[in-house]
Write a protein of this length. Structure first.
Length: 344
């Protein structure tokens, strides 16, 4: 239901001042705090420049550091104890998020975890692989996950420092190769559909952009890293999105932005901190991330694997992903409007 229709039907539903458990308020605070840090960090930096000129020397040094800092390309600046902060338990319990594994993973190997679907902001990916809020290290001992994101996200002051400590790194090819070469267990978590897939993220649907995604398969074969498909039920149910059907004006503007900047932003809405109908705080909807069985990659001769090898591995990957969806859809996607689709 569109936001205008919701408001016309029952108006803005305000959260009660009393009667809500402290635990739920802390969960909302954890989620809104991270969103606020991401969207408001640059504005806060401008505020410091304008109203606190005494801080200019420190701020200039910090901004210079951001420009020249190579950590996002060199395995980040991971700090394990930060991943165990209590706030991440509140964050994960807001939805709540759970991590389900199909089998154990050998810590002597390297892996590329493929996360589906992208959703609007990929909260499930962040919860499971950038924090220990769902107990990744206990479920997969010896595996060190690095969640990949756009290099541009490391230009946001303050947010980028937290992201680096949580193990987020650049999604560039060089960064991926360095991580997979860092030693046994070092693994990538890649949201395969990317920003383009976020434009199709709507409640009750799971439309994936996967058929033409061969780069991560090629990387896995070259680096001898097994592919691990994952499906995150509920990721697309966290936000409503304004109509942006192909050919619409909104869709054309979004594609134009993507062609210029390399990313695009869906026009989405959910709830606010103090209301249930208007804002960018995600809805409370369960997320169940299922980690599938690893797919071994073939040996190859020469500098590059053949296209036939890449296509064959991708086929096995898609089959395992479909198997995960079919196995759990009646448990975690009972309210679905359609079945899983590969739209590109």
């Amino acid at each position: 239901m569109a936001v205008a229709e919701k408001l016309e039907k029952h108006g803005v539903r305000w959260a009660p001042i009393t009667g809500i458990p402290l635990e739920r308020r802390l969960q909302t605070l954890a989620v809104s705090g991270l969103i606020g840090l991401f969207f408001c960090s640059s504005a806060f930096m401008v505020y410091l420049f304008v109203f606190h000129p005494v801080l200019w020397p420190v701020l200039i040094v910090y901004l210079t550091f951001i420009v020249f800092d190579k950590a996002p390309e060199y395995c980040g600046r991971r700090v394990e104890w930060v991943r165990y902060w209590k706030v991440w338990q509140y964050f994960c319990n807001y939805f709540p998020v759970q991590l389900i594994k199909e089998c154990d993973l050998d810590p002597k190997g390297n892996y590329i975890f493929g996360y589906h679907p992208h959703g609007i902001i990929s909260f499930g990916a962040f919860s499971n692989f950038a924090t220990e809020g769902t107990g990744f290290s206990k479920k997969f001992p010896g595996i060190t996950p690095y969640l990949l994101t756009l290099s541009g996200n490391f230009r946001f002051p303050f947010f980028r420092d937290l992201a680096l400590m949580l193990g987020l790194t650049s999604a560039s090819r060089q960064s991926c190769e360095r991580i997979l070469s860092a030693g046994p267990g070092h693994s990538l978590v890649l949201v395969v559909g990317g920003a383009t897939e976020s434009l199709s993220a709507r409640p009750g649907t799971n439309d994936l952009i996967l058929r033409k995604r061969f780069g991560f398969v090629r990387l896995a074969i070259k680096q001898k890293a097994s592919l691990v498909p994952m499906f995150s039920f509920g990721e697309n149910d966290l936000y409503d999105q304004f109509d942006n059907s192909e050919g619409s004006k909104i869709f054309e503007i979004q594609k134009k932005i993507q062609s210029i900047f390399g990313f695009t932003l869906p026009l989405f809405h959910a709830r606010g901190i103090f209301n249930y109908d208007v804002g960018i705080i995600p809805f409370r909807h369960p997320i169940a991330t299922v980690v599938g069985k690893p797919i071994p990659v073939p040996e190859f001769e020469g500098d590059e694997p053949t296209q036939e090898q890449i296509v064959a591995v991708q086929k096995l990957y898609i089959e395992e992903l479909q198997s995960i969806y079919d196995k759990y859809k009646d448990v975690y996607a009972k309210d679905r409007k359609q079945e899983l689709r590969l739209i590109h």
